[in-house]
Design a protein around this ligand. Structure first.
Ligand code: FDA
Length: 389
């Protein structure tokens, strides 16, 4: 049978595209199973979209690029699809929608849609020697020891970014872009924990608290977590997407701005009590212990002037930290940057100068916040491409 479209990468974007593309579609992946990142996402429950999905939640050199695809396939379209399969879901927090039971239900849904669309899914298959010719493209597919040369009209690259190489992530999309002289922006790990010299925060590992974390133009009010190697948790992961090496990040561990009043009140009622003991009723004890030296905390509450309490609170609201790096692609949820959007049609994801070549999903320079945005981009860009084929 003549193949109309070859999709490389059976992840979120590729499966969505294969499920809706017309003609004979072949989708290949070098992994043993399709949609592995979907399966492990959201702690096995897949945060499959976000109720508040809008273009401002995406980073890209061209912040307008994602608008068209996101508007033409919205979070509510995906929710309708999920509902039509009877998959139960709930909002966890901040508009983040998760499966009630298992992320595997999303993978099964996409595979069922592919089957209904007669799209052929071929796993443990890699692709080499891609060539463009007068009728479209040809490439060699390698499955085990079998090699087949295949011709097809459209080539869709849906191989994602470099995050989590252990799960089969590769820079394949960037290599294909390079082959066809399509520019790729600088890429780096994002939604990734920060590391610090000499494992500075090891004594605090496991301590979690509400925070406001700022890095560059990004500011997020969510929970944060101290780890053996540094900082993690949603607010920190979010901020990491805005961080460039050498930047200082600002931690505010009193984002509700209630600490000063609480300490004053305690000074009134329990002035003879120790400052650190009382602070430990308002903040995690291990954190107070850690800060005792850093902020030279000593004496009774009654000994602390308003100015001194203000100084302590200011330090906790404006804690300047210099990460020495991130945990890198090994644990990053996404890759920031990718195929330059200037080279693509925002309506179809087709390369402007290379007819029939498409890039979708994480491979493109569109990176969402934490919270279901990246899957929504995968669904929307996959759909934009499918509709145009
Ligand atoms: P994806 O990475 O899904 O798929 C790419 C596919 O291409 C893979 O199947 C891979 O095997 C294949 N491939 C790669 N190179 C190849 C090659 N050379 N030849 C053949 N095949 C190749 N997002 C979100 O919105 N909500 C969430 O809950 C989470 N949770 C989450 C948890 C974890 C641990 C990670 C790592 C990531 C998330 N994400 C997320 C991000 C989300 O998983 C990601 O943005 C999407 O999966 C991207 O979809 P793509 O289809 O573009 O790539």
């Amino acid at each position: 049978m003549q193949t109309d479209t070859l999709i490389i990468g059976a992840g979120a974007a590729g499966l969505m595209c294969a499920a809706h593309a017309p003609g004979h579609v072949l989708i290949v992946d070098h992994a043993k199973k399709p949609g592995e990142k979907i399966r492990i996402s959201g702690g096995g429950r897949c945060n499959f979209t976000n109720m508040y999905c809008e273009a401002h939640a995406f980073l890209s050199q061209n912040p307008h690029f994602a608008k068209s695809a996101l508007a033409r396939y919205t979070q509510w379209d995906f929710v309708e699809l999920v509902d039509s399969y009877g998959i139960k879901w709930h909002e966890k927090t901040l508009g983040q929608l998760f499966c009630d039971v298992s992320a595997k239900d999303i993978v099964a849904m996409l595979l069922d849609l592919c089957a209904k669309n007669d799209a052929e899914v071929r796993l443990e298959t890699s692709v080499k020697a891609i060539e463009q010719n007068a009728d479209g493209y040809s490439a060699t597919l390698v499955t085990g020891s079998t090699q087949t040369r295949l011709s097809f009209k459209n080539l869709v690259i849906a191989t994602g970014g470099k995050s989590i190489p252990k799960m089969g992530a590769t820079g394949f999309a960037y290599d294909v872009a390079h082959q066809f002289s399509i520019p790729v922006t600088d890429i780096r790990p994002a939604l990734v924990p920060f590391t610090f010299p000499e494992n500075r925060f090891t004594p605090l590992a496991g301590v979690a608290l509400p925070s406001r974390v700022t890095a560059g133009a990004g500011q997020f009010d969510e929970a944060m977590l101290f780890t053996h190697r540094g900082l993690s948790g949603p607010a920190v992961l979010q901020a990491s997407s805005y961080w460039v090496e050498g930047d200082v990040i600002t931690l505010n561990i009193d984002p509700a701005n209630t600490l000063m009043q609480a300490l004053r009140d305690k000074r009134q009622t329990s002035g003879r009590k120790n400052l650190t003991t009382e602070l430990a009723t308002l903040l995690p004890g291990r954190l107070v212990e850690f800060l005792t030296d850093e902020l030279a905390l000593s004496g009774n509450l009654a000994d602390q002037s308003d100015a001194r309490l203000g100084q302590i609170c200011e330090a906790l609201q404006n804690w300047q930290l210099s990460p020495n790096g991130t945990e890198g692609y090994r644990t990053a949820e996404v890759t920031l940057g990718g195929v330059d959007t200037d080279a693509l049609s925002s309506k179809t994801m087709e390369c402007k100068d290379v007819p029939g070549l498409y890039f979708i999903g994480e491979a493109v320079d569109v990176t969402g916040w934490l919270g279901g945005y990246n899957f929504q981009w995968a669904w929307a860009s996959g759909m934009a491409c499918a509709r145009s084929l």
